[in-house]
Ligand binder design. Structure first.
Ligand code: AMP
Ligand code: MG
Length: 356
């Protein structure tokens, strides 16, 4: 299949004329990748079981991993769900449109092909102007998982999408690099107490400020064990992962850097190609003699964790291109946005974590 690529001139003000063909493709059962504020999504009509199946095929995604339905306005929610819990109303008011997905009991309109056989449906209203306008023009809810091949780091630019999806989907809408860089926070609002199933830019602290009591799926916090059973089916797969063998090192900044230098030295001695992921604040802890022999990349500033989230997947993808054998990556405090960052890094490392 030939994949068409279009570029939006002004991503803050997309013109309907630019998005009409993409909307038509979505309406008629095709696949369109588009930017959202979190990562690029691979969209299809969420109410069309055949279209949803094509998403799984294009990504190579396991069919028990349900899709998030994206809507353009609050009126899009009622047809998809059988109940809107009180907590959800508060969350919508505070965080929609934005990087927050909620799990609701599903309505009959939503096919099991979209929900991975579950009686619940995940719904989000993106704030990105291109995503929002495209969904509105399509006139249908749009199922849109991250637009990467299953298992690879999520795409944060249209070029990342192109690497994985060229030839597999009808269209890529290029709206430039995304803002946040990690996937949406997922909150299950079907139970007594809301529960976070995936951490994201809407942090645990923000949710607790608004709702008081909020739980977090125990399977996704801390150095999670590989055999834990997370409640979001997708969280059990080793995804977001680079090709190289990655080890995450946690601790105080200087101690992390020392440990990474030791580990990198050992791997170099074994003849391996080594990658190191550091930050602006810790770069100077790595001696020139090591920097010369390894590929060192800074993910951003510790003092501005949003820069780390923004660059995380692009750095992991860059290491795929550079063909390193192993990567040693610094850790972050597991609070606020750091919780989402550490969740993705832990998974990228296949749970290989060392305390410095
Ligand atoms: P992605 O589309 O790549 O952002 O992944 C979507 C995530 O949402 C996966 O981890 C899914 O398992 C999760 N998800 C989607 N629908 C549901 C649902 N009904 N219940 C629990 N988790 C869900
Ligand atoms: Mg994904």
């Amino acid at each position: 299949m030939e994949t068409k690529r279009i570029t939006i001139k002004d991503r803050e003000h997309p013109q309907d004329g630019e998005l009409r063909e993409a909307a038509e493709i979505l309406r008629t059962g095709g696949l369109v990748a588009f930017p959202t504020e979190t990562v690029y999504g691979l969209g299809a009509n969420a109410l069309d079981e055949e279209a949803a199946k094509r998403i799984y095929a294009a990504k190579g995604r396991p069919s028990d991993n349900p899709l998030i339905a994206h809507i353009a306005g609050e009126s899009g929610l009622a047809p998809l769900v059988s109940r809107i819990p009180e907590a959800a109303k508060k969350l919508m008011e505070a965080f929609w449109p934005g990087p927050l997905t909620m799990i609701f009991p599903k309505s009959e309109a939503v096919p099991y092909g979209t929900t991975g056989g579950l009686e619940t449906v995940a719904v989000r209203m993106p704030s990105d102007p291109v995503a929002n306008r495209l969904i509105a023009l399509a006139g249908v809810p749009v199922a849109a998982p991250s637009a990467n091949t299953s298992g690879r780091p999520s795409p944060t630019t249209a070029d990342h999408v192109w690497e994985d999806m060229n030839g597999r989907i009808e269209m890529v809408v290029d709206g430039g690099p995304v803002g946040i860089g990690v996937e949406s926070t997922i909150v299950d609002v079907t139970g007594e107490v809301p529960m976070v199933l995936r951490p994201g830019a809407i942090t645990m602290e923000m949710l607790r400020d608004l709702l008081g009591e909020v739980e977090i799926d125990p399977a996704i916090i801390g150095p999670m064990s590989p055999d834990a059973h997370p409640k979001a089916p997708g969280m059990k797969y080793r995804h977001y992962a680079p090709k190289a063998d990655m080890t995450l090192v946690e601790g105080e900044p200087e101690a992390m850097a020392e440990t990474i230098c030791l580990l990198a030295g050992e791997s170099l001695a074994q003849g391996k190609r080594v990658g190191v992921i550091c930050t602006e604040e810790t770069r100077h802890f790595y001696p020139e003699s090591l920097m010369e022999k390894t590929v060192v990349r800074s993910m951003g500033q510790r003092a501005k964790e949003e820069t780390i989230a923004h660059n995380l997947y692009a750095v992991l993808r860059e290491f795929d291109e550079l063909d390193v054998d192993c990567i040693y990556c610094e850790g972050f405090p597991r609070t606020e946005l750091g919780q989402a960052i550490m969740n993705r890094l832990t998974k990228a490392a296949g749970h290989k974590i060392i305390q410095a």
